[in-house]
Write a protein that binds this ligand. Structure first.
Ligand SMILES: C[S@@+](CC[C@H](N)C(=O)[O-])C[C@H]1O[C@@H](n2cnc3c(N)ncnc32)[C@H](O)[C@@H]1O
Length: 594
């Protein structure tokens, strides 16, 4: 197949807001609409698309919706569980009926643990959510400060002890027990109201603490040799097991709901319901953050618990998630003509390390679209434990492609990562038909990591100059930068498309980046800022990388930090809240900036 890659857009901007994307979180998913133009360009209907870092299976869904076959694999047990959930098309009436039955059975088994009294009229109602707060012990007056009560009028962090005025220092003050501070119920007029915590609530919480079903909550240790142990400060907070992140009441509700779901007979419905269950776990836990304006999602890339957090009614979350699954099913399968015999439903998912794709024959794939882990940014297997505690297996992370920055596994980690990527790309080369293409999504702020990817592609035998380099703008900060608020964050990834040379054609070698090239490349990318689209440093970095790649230069010395310095020297400033560039700057070419 000889595609016309020029027809692919230079920049792909896809907001992460579609019903499929949002149905079940998985770290760094690539939206289906970003993948589809590539599959359409490089394959024909019926051909085989491979993704060996498949995660939640978005490549498989994109292929399925375009009537291509897909062969997915990953080491991630959670990824396979999510992809399987997406691929199960349970009929809506049956799914809704079974979900309602499961929730009714679990509610009955939970008994009165969620029940409270509505303050305004004394009616018994189910709590919708309870707000909990950290407490801190003032080192001067020894009084307990309830963080929530000490927030300022705009919800800002307390500055001083509310009793004696000693300046508050979150890191050094000792923590006391967390306390419930407000309960949200449905008011008499149908609108939600926040009320004080009453004695009934406290009694229910004590009952839940003594409930024997707490022993049945599946829980996995997040121990010291896990990178996220230190990155999330778990030793300090004592949150060293996944089960500790759930309140006693929510633990029991989850245990009962999981039991009811697993009793469902119909396979497709059961898988959809299990998928909806693992999708709500972060929000059903203390990781669901309260904020003065609106709830803030659990941070999927860390085990962070905010000083004010929710205990959210599991059934409220689950009912809404089942509706989201129905909407996602409709988006994936709704357009299908059920009577068409042409429609393929041929997507498989293996648990396998990308280094050894034994499930794939030589020259069996028409196209590879894949999104490897980006160096040391995210520890998938550590974060997966949270959901995998409820699944029969956990991810074997011994060959995870990631660069450790702490602990025993740090030494030699970058070398292992490079070797793993090289082996993975060699496998891609082996399974691809000669003359066919592989697109790799990648993002990193370090030229060293980019250089490593570039070498791994070249060593595997792919042609050194990509046939296409697209900017993938996911429309918001990357997970790595969510709470940094700074400019040094990669929000734009590249999608490099390389070719396995046709039979009889050799590969070229990339030349070394010559001194001085870095500056001129960055300057050229800055000069392109004349268009008036909002832009951050990451856009400029991605453009610089693209220019270097297109010239066949190695990327090792091209860091996001260099771009930031060059932007500052050129008179640009960065809005620290949005990361956007601003400044009234004259370009070297004479044009005006944004
Ligand atoms: C960037 S994510 C892919 C996300 C995916 N594009 C999606 O849409 O969900 C990278 C994936 O690589 C996986 N991974 C890490 N090491 C691996 C290995 N040695 N073999 C296969 N997969 C691996 C991780 O489990 C993770 O799911």
């Amino acid at each position: 197949m000889s595609p016309d890659p020029i027809r692919l857009p230079e920049t792909i901007t896809v907001p992460r807001t579609d019903p499929i994307y949002n149905c079940h979180a998985y770290l760094t998913k690539v939206p289906i609409r970003a993948i589809q133009p590539f599959i359409e360009t490089f394959t024909k209907p019926g051909e085989v698309v491979v993704d060996f870092f498949a995660g939640s299976g978005m490549t498989g869904l994109a292929a399925l919706m375009l009537n291509r076959r897909a062969r997915l694999s990953d080491i991630s047990v959670l990824g396979k569980h999510i992809a399987t959930g997406y691929l199960m098309d349970a009929a809506t009436p049956g799914l809704r009926a079974e979900a309602n039955q499961a929730m009714a059975a679990a509610r009955k088994a939970l008994g009165t643990l969620y029940m409270t009294k509505r303050g305004s009229d004394g009616t018994k109602v189910e709590m919708i959510r309870t707000i909990w707060s950290f407490t801190y012990l003032c080192p001067s007056c020894r009084n307990e400060m309830v963080f929530y009560e000490a927030l300022n009028a705009r919800g800002g962090v307390p500055q001083r002890c509310s009793s004696c005025g000693t300046p508050f220092a979150r890191r050094s003050w000792l923590r006391g027990d967390d306390v419930p501070v407000r309960v949200i119920v449905q008011g008499e007029n149908g609108r939600q109201v926040a009320q004080e915590v009453c004695e009934t609530d406290r009694r229910r919480m004590r009952e839940a603490l003594r409930d024997g079903r707490l022993l049945k909550v599946p829980s996995l240790p997040i121990d010291e040799d896990r990178e996220m142990f230190s990155r999330s400060g778990l030793g300090r907070s004592g949150m060293t097991e996944t089960g500790k992140f759930f309140s006693p009441r929510n633990s029991i509700a989850l245990v009962e709901l999981w039991r009811a779901i697993n009793n469902v007979q119909d396979e497709a419905i059961r898988q959809n319901l299990r998928f909806a269950f693992t999708a709500i776990l972060p929000r059903a836990s203390m990781r669901y953050q309260w904020s003065a304006k609106r709830p803030l999602n659990a941070q999927n890339q860390t085990y962070y618990v905010a000083p004010v957090y929710f205990e959210w009614n599991v059934f409220d979350l689950y009912g809404r998630k089942v509706n989201a699954v129905i909407r996602a099913n409709e988006a994936i399968f709704g357009g299908w003509d059920l009577f068409s015999t042409e429609k393929l439903l041929d997507v498989s998912y293996e648990i396998a390390s990308a280094e050894k794709l034994i499930h794939l024959d030589d020259c069996s794939a028409h196209y590879v679209f894949t999104d490897p882990p980006f160096g040391s940014n995210i520890f998938y297997s550590d974060m997966n434990l949270f959901q995998e505690a409820w699944l029969p297996e956990t991810t074997d992370h011994s060959r995870e492609a990631v660069i450790h920055t702490t602990g025993k596994r740090k030494n030699g980690s970058a070398e292992r990562y490079e070797e793993l990527l090289r082996n993975a790309f060699s496998e891609a080369f082996r399974v691809l038909k000669p003359g066919r293409y592989m697109s790799v999504v990648f993002g990193n702020s370090s030229g060293r990591i980019w250089g490593l990817v570039q070498r791994a592609l070249r060593d595997a035998g792919f042609k050194a100059s990509p046939v296409h380099v697209a900017l993938l703008d996911k429309g918001q900060r990357s997970v790595k930068g969510l709470n940094s608020g700074s400019e040094g964050v990669v929000t734009v990834d590249l999608i490099l498309t390389v070719q396995r040379p046709p039979k009889g054609v050799g590969t070229e070698r990339a030349v070394t980046l010559a001194n001085g090239d870095t500056d001129s490349l960055i300057r050229a990318a800055i000069d392109e800022l004349a268009d008036d689209r909002p832009c951050n440093a990451s856009h400029v970095y991605a453009r610089t990388l693209r220019k270097a790649i297109q010239k066949g230069l190695l990327l090792d010395d091209l860091h996001l930090g260099d771009v930031l310095i060059a932007l500052r020297n050129a008179g640009y400033r960065v809005d620290r809240k949005t990361g956007r560039l601003f400044g009234d700057v004259a370009h070297s070419s004479g044009t005006q900036s944004t």
